[in-house]
Design a protein around this ligand. Structure first.
Ligand code: ATP
Ligand code: MG
Length: 507
C-alpha cells in the first residue's frame, strides 16, 4: 500500500488512494471517526505515547512533559528534549514516533503493509529541514517514495477533484505553525510550480498566544493580580485560547462573552472579532507581503491569477478571506476553501501514486514539476577584498531537478583536499550553511589541481553533491556532512526510537 502523510505542526494525517482512484484518509486505530492525530508526543523511560492519548492523559496529569511544535525545530542540530536517562531526542526522532503511530493506524485500518509513502514539507523548507524529514522516515522504518510540498499537495488534490483546466492558482497555506505560499499553473496533466515563498514561524500558535494575552489582561484587570502560570494554567490557557479563536471564526460571530476559569478564578471575558483581527493584523499583513513577493517572483500580477486556494486551519479566519478579496478584485477570480485541513494529506496520497507509477491506472494527472526555493552555492573568500562571497551555482526558481558544475583548484602543491562550504540563501544576508563538502584525499596532489564539483537539487528539494577529476573523469572521494546516511547521531537516535516501546498502541 502507498500512503501520503501530512506531517503537520499541530495535526498529522495519513491518506491513500483507493481502487477507485480517490484519496481517502485513514482513521485512528481506536476511533474510525478521527482522522487527524495531534502532533504531540510524550516520552518516558521505555515508553512513548502519541496523539489523542497524550491529550487525554494531560487532563489528568497537566504536569506531564508533552512535546509539541517540534516540526519548527527541524534542521536545528540540537536535541529538542532530554529524557530521564539524559538521552537527547532530536526533532526527527520525536517525529519518527509520530510517523510510527500513523503507520500503525493505516496498517490496522487497511490490513495491508505500507511499502511506500510520501511525506509533506512546507514549500520554503531548506535542505537541512527536508533532510530531517527524510531522517524521521528512516528512523520510523518507513519506505519513503519522496517529499511533496504542502501547497503543491493541496493543488494536486484541487486539480484532481475539479478536473481542472489550464489555470494559474495561488495556494495560501496558513497552518498551526507555518505559512507557505505557492504560485502554480495547472492543467489536466498535472501541476507546475512557478514560485514559492513562506515563513517558518507564523501560524495558529501565534494567534492563540494573542488570545492568551487578552485573557491574561482581563484576568489582571478583574483580579488585580497575575495568574500563576504553572503547567496546569498554561494548559488551560492554551486550550481556551484556541477554542475562542475558532469560535470567533464562525460566521456571524462578531463578539463572544465567555466565562473563563483560570488559576481557580472565574472571569468573564468579552472579546470581539475586530479586537482579535487587530491583534493579528501585523502577522496577516506579513503573509500578504510574502504572497505579493511570490507573485512578483513568478512574474505575475494580481489580475493574472485565476484562483486563490486557502489551505490550513488558520486560513479559516474570515479576516484573511476579506483581505484577499480586496487584493484579488477581478470578478472572475475565485477565492475559496477546499477541505482546508485535509487537502494536503489527500494530495500527498495522490503524489504517492504519481511517484509509484500508478497515476495512469487511477486516471490521475501524471505530471508534476517543482522548483528550487533558494539560491544554492559555495561560500568563497574573495582573494582581493577578503570578503565572504557566494558563488551561486543553482539559482532560485529553477525547475527541479537542477544541476550545476563548477571547477575549483588547489592553491598549494601539497594540498590534498578541498573543503567547500555549501550554502542556501534567498537574499544575500540570509545565508544558511547546509554542510561542508570535503573532496579528497586527492590521488596526486599538485598546485592548481582541478576538482569539478557538481551540486544537484533533487525533486525532493534536497542537495546532493559529487566531485570529479575533470582530466580523468574519475569520481573523487568526497563527503558531505549533511548526507542522511553519513549523520552519525542517527544511529543513537535509531536505538532510542526502537527501544522506546510504543505503549498501548496510543504509540
Ligand atoms: N476555524 C478555524 N479558525 C481559525 N483557526 C483554526 C480553525 N480551525 C483550526 N484552526 C487552527 O488551525 C491550526 C491547525 O491547522 P492545520 O492542521 O492546517 O495545521 P498543521 O498542518 O498542523 O500545521 P502546519 O501546516 O503549519 O505544519 C491550529 O492552530 C488551529 O487552532
Ligand atoms: Mg499543514
Amino acid at each position: 500500500m502507498k500512503t501520503g502523510i501530512d506531517l503537520g505542526t499541530t495535526y498529522s494525517l495519513i491518506s491513500h488512494v483507493g481502487h477507485d482512484g480517490r484519496a481517502i484518509l485513514l482513521p485512528d486505530h481506536s476511533n474510525k471517526d478521527i482522522f487527524a492525530t495531534p502532533s504531540v508526543v510524550h516520552i518516558e523511560e521505555n515508553t512513548a505515547l502519541v496523539g489523542h492519548l497524550v491529550e487525554m492523559l494531560m487532563e489528568e496529569k497537566p504536569d506531564m512533559k508533552v512535546l509539541r511544535f517540534f516540526k519548527r525545530n527541524f534542521g536545528i542540530d540540537k536535541p529538542f528534549f532530554y529524557d530521564s536517562n539524559n538521552h537527547g531526542w532530536y526533532p526527527e526522532a520525536i517525529s519518527a514516533l509520530l510517523l510510527k503511530k500513523l503507520r500503525f493506524d493505516a496498517e490496522h485500518f487497511s490490513g495491508g503493509n505500507i511499502d511506500g509513502t510520501v511525506i509533506t514539507v512546507p514549500a520554503h523548507f531548506n535542505d537541512l529541514q527536508r533532510k530531517s524529514v527524510i531522517n524521521a522516515a528512516a528512523l520510523a522504518d518507513l519506505p519513503l517514495l519522496g517529499l511533496v510540498e504542502e501547497p503543491v499537495a493541496a493543488a494536486l488534490h484541487y486539480g484532481v477533484s475539479h478536473k481542472s483546466h489550464d489555470q494559474v492558482l495561488v495556494v495560501y497555506d496558513l497552518g498551526g505553525g507555518t505559512f507557505d505560499v505557492t504560485v502554480l499553473s495547472l492543467d489536466d496533466k498535472g501541476v507546475y510550480v512557478l514560485a514559492k515563498d513562506g515563513h517558518t514561524e507564523l501560524g495558529g500558535k501565534e494567534f492563540d498566544e494573542k488570545i492568551g494575552e487578552f485573557i491574561i489582561d482581563r484576568f489582571m484587570r478583574v483580579t488585580g493580580s497575575e495568574p500563576e502560570l504553572n503547567a496546569y494554567t498554561l494548559l488551560q490557557l492554551r486550550k481556551i485560547s484556541e477554542e475562542i479563536k475558532i469560535e470567533l471564526s464562525l460566521p456571524h460571530v462578531n463578539y463572544l462573552k465567555k466565562s473563563v476559569l483560570l488559576d481557580n478564578r472565574a472571569i468573564e471575558l468579552i472579546i470581539n472579532r475586530r479586537d482579535f483581527e487587530k491583534s493579528i493584523h501585523e502577522a496577516i499583513e506579513q503573509t500578504i507581503a510574502i504572497t505579493m513577493r511570490c507573485l512578483d517572483e513568478a512574474g505575475l500580477k494580481e489580475e493574472n491569477i485565476d484562483a486563490l486556494l486557502l489551505v490550513g486551519g488558520s486560513s479559516m479566519i474570515p479576516y484573511i478571506r476579506e483581505r484577499m478579496r480586496k487584493i484579488f478584485t477581478g470578478g472572475h477570480q475565485k477565492i475559496f476553501y477546499h477541505e482546508p485541513m485535509k487537502a494536503v494529506a489527500y494530495g500527498a496520497g495522490i503524489h504517492a501514486c504519481q511517484l509509484s507509477g500508478d497515476a495512469e491506472k487511477y486516471d490521475l494527472p501524471p505530471e508534476f514539476r517543482g522548483i528550487t526555493g533558494y539560491n544554492i552555492g559555495i561560500r568563497t573568500i574573495n582573494p582581493v577584498t577578503r570578503k565572504v562571497e557566494v558563488d551561486v551555482l543553482i539559482k532560485k526558481s529553477m525547475p527541479l531537478p537542477a544541476r550545476a558544475k563548477r571547477t575549483y583548484y588547489t592553491t598549494k602543491a601539497e594540498q590534498n583536499r578541498i573543503v567547500l562550504d555549501v550554502v542556501q540563501m534567498r537574499e544575500k544576508d540570509n545565508l544558511i550553511q547546509v554542510g561542508k563538502l570535503m573532496v579528497g584525499p586527492l590521488p596526486n596532489p599538485s598546485l592548481n589541481y582541478a576538482v569539478e564539483v557538481t551540486l544537484e537539487n533533487t525533486e525532493d528539494g534536497i542537495i546532493t553533491v559529487s566531485a570529479y577529476d575533470p582530466n580523468t573523469g574519475v569520481e573523487l572521494e568526497q563527503s558531505f556532512n549533511n548526507n542522511p546516511e553519513d549523520m552519525g547521531y542517527l544511529v543513537g537516535q535509531h536505538k532510542l526510537v526502537q527501544e522506546t516501546i510504543i505503549n498501548n498502541l496510543g504509540i
